[in-house]
Design a binder for this molecule. Sequence first.
Ligand code: ADP
Ligand code: SF4
Length: 686
Amino acid sequence: MTRDPRYDILFEPVQIGPVVARNRFYQVPHCCGMGHVHPRTAAVMRGVKAEGGWAVVSTEECDIHHSSDVSPYMEQRLWDDDDIPQHQLMIDAVHAHGSLAAVELAHSGGEAPNHYSRTVPIAPSAIPVSSYEPVQARAMTKRDIRETREIYRKAALRSKRAGYDIIYVYAAHMLTLPCQFLSKRCNHRTDEYGGSLENRVRLLKEIIEDTKDAVGDTCGIAVRFMLDELMGSDGIECEEEGIEIVSLLAELPDIWDVNISDWDNDSATSRFKPEGHQEQFIKAVKSVTSKPVVGVGRFTSPDTMVSQIRRGILDMIGAARPSIADPFLPKKIEQGRIEDIRECIGCNICVTGDYTITPIRCTQNPTMGEEWRRGWHPEIIPSASEEGPILIIGGGPAGLECAVSLGKRGCQVTLADSNEELGGRVNLESALPGLTQWGRVRDYRMQQLHNLANVELFPASTMTASDIAEFGADHIVIATGAKWRKDGVGRQHAFALPGTEQSHVHTPDDIMSGLELSGDVVVYDDDHYYMGGLIAELLNSQGANVTIVTPATDVSNFTHKTLEQETIQGRLIDLGVAIRTATALKSIGKDSIEMTCIYSDQLSEIACDHVITVTARTPKDQLFHKFTAKMEGSEDVNVPQACCIGDCYAPGTIAAAVYSGHQYARNFGEPADDREVPFLRELTKI
Ligand code: ADP
Ligand code: SF4
């Protein structure tokens, strides 16, 4: 296949100071939960992006000094020369595919609590660190400022020695020291580094100039800058100061990488923001600088990318999440394989890696983070030593991914599902408010199945244990999902709650299947991810008077890790949903519920017509147990192997279901791994 000439513009080279990017695809810095602790994992992951066609591949934040220690978060480090060799692993992996390697040098100033180094944090003024911790930064003296400039300079020189092509000065996401100087909230100085905008910009300007002076002969200098903090006059506002700051520094860097802050605004989920949502802020940048501009917007459509360039918004298409979901996105456009793009769904499961301090994972791309330790490549899956036949029952995310990956390995696969439409839980959940793009989990896999003649699909086919036995496959994969519990058992309650057996108690499955409710409705959320908040929002939109009750101290608590919690709770408050936090359900009566405070055992009661229990899910594994029981009595010597995958094995996220399906397919026909740990680990050499 050849590329559509409409997309030729995306493959033009771009000059970035002394270096040239071979096309306009730019993987901007993004966290990956690997950092200085998992350098091989990171190097191979970034190398795969270069192989997939990203002309620039960047690190995550790279802290440049022990006074910028963001432990326990796993970021990169260049504190001294001892850090250089691990950077070279990544640089070599990126260079091997003809791409440029970029490093995002960062000093987090008063945002770094320095738990590991125990160095007292520094900031423009004496301010507390923003996390709720008993740590305050001290105000920097002039000497500190001089020393900090020197720290940046040394880090730039180290980066050059390591082999980086592009060196960043990071002034975005409100985390970094230069941003703290820009911000009136953090900078209360009265000397030449505080007060007027020109004074507040001074340190950033000096750092850019120092970096350019130190390494600008061979390295491109990038500035990552936040144009707006979306907090009104308390923060940087694009029209007030944001664009003026770019004007003041316009020609100093070799490329501008622009976005909005904080990270939750920059990486907003698809539930709250559409593709390209930052355009209104970044569109003015090109009018004040002649340097190339890169920006992000969860771009997955090549038409949108071309439009960004033709309309003069961006010169390079920046991506973090689209490059995570599909490291081969540029190659697929180049090869005219648009329909093969595995589009990011905007769920931010990738972000949870950073917050759980573990290597990144992705809902759409099960190989993300597994490139080195399991040797999984996102586009190459070896042929299987065995053909099957394999029967998969259930076409949700686990079953679909399993079928696609086994199909690509050349196996004979049959997939049966009770429903007319394949997709399982994705069909139900993508119909919830704001989750339309989650349907891409199904759409990508259905598209891939079209091209796999060795995979047969049987929708509208409910399978029984006898059907399976009669089918005669050698391998049976049960991917029949899970259902929400009604009895209230979850994290808070180990035993069924009194009253849950009543007919006015329902589960998310009932609501997602179309049950509409009115009157006073209580949503009891002991699941803590998106479902409780979404059911509350949906019922509210249908006119019910909704109260959400949760034992957690805030709503949808896990969504802190997907950068959504504040937006979710804010939206529920604005919609008029009543919120009772730190409260556990005690019992459900005919027209009321009794609750208990999780701290004090104080009781309270509210009237309600309906209760939705959002607590935990039960695997739908009866088919597996019936089939294995049936086979136990069989005299057939060739009893097929059966196993469960996805939610019917253990209920979890859609990402976990996809991973489970992929893992089955990868392992199929492979000899049992005799290592005690079935993947490579990065061990500290003693
Ligand atoms: P997962 O997240 O693990 O992929 P889902 O709940 O999304 O699980 O999907 C399970 C799928 O299995 C649903 O589409 C459902 O219709 C299908 N299914 C459940 N039981 C049977 C059965 N006995 N025969 C065929 N399909 C089934
Ligand atoms: Fe996109 Fe979700 Fe994958 Fe992140 S985890 S890259 S948001 S699909």
